[in-house]
Design a protein around this ligand. Sequence first.
Ligand code: T5A
Length: 233
Amino acid sequence: MTAAGAGGTFITFEGGEGAGKSTQIRRLAAHLRAQAGRPVLTTREPGGSPRAEAIREALLSGLAKAHGPFAEALLFSAARIDHLDTLIRPALARGEIVLCDRFADSTRAYQGAAGGLDPAVLASLERVVVGPTRPDLTLVLDCDPELGLARARARQAADGEAGPDRFEAEALAFHARLRAAFLAIAAAEPGRCAVVNATLPADAVEAAIRAVVAERLPRLAGGHLEMAGGDAA
Ligand code: T5A
């Protein structure tokens, strides 16, 4: 049985803005689809289900900002509850591999360490919201926040998107606290988390991620998934 408490495997990607999470999720999903021989679901937070995507709009447009970080944490949690109930847990129960772009560590880092909420309160909230559905592996993509924000800006310009969203618009000091928070989470939970140097070119980051997955979840990425007896994680 996996840490997520089901037959599937739950991998989350975390890190600051523009670290390359979306890019690397797409690449790992393609690799695992070819190697693992079972369905791979990619999803994101906030969002991933219709009701959670509606909450995402309110959060990233800045509509909820005036209510303060605790209200924002509650909204991220409400989105997470629906996402878990309607998408993640059913996929894990079917034995699928779920790759999620951000999860509960983002609440700890953004609303907690950078936003100033009491970590004990957030830990209680996380216990209620996430329950036993803990990631089997969390890949923390680490890079200098200035580099990540520049990448995010370049992508927005290329895609013709509007300016920075609610969190990208925060001061550099906020993003520096985020980086420290993600590294602290990884240091506190080394069995679950692995830090990947995201300043490298995308191909090198991809290779590093594949190496971590091969080491931590060997039967998943090794091309010879043993279905008998359940998941490898
Ligand atoms: N949030 C979220 C909270 O505050 N609390 C929570 O509980 C949760 C779940 C989500 C926001 O919500 C906050 C955090 C966020 O602020 P989002 O739009 O989903 O908003 O934000 P991000 O997850 O940060 O998404 P980004 O797209 O900004 O960053 P990614 O996914 O890390 O980066 P990616 O892959 O899109 O890459 C960005 C650009 O860089 C290039 C890509 O091609 C792309 O153009 N790139 C690289 N360039 C050079 N070298 C590399 N290695 C590169 N990798 C990617």
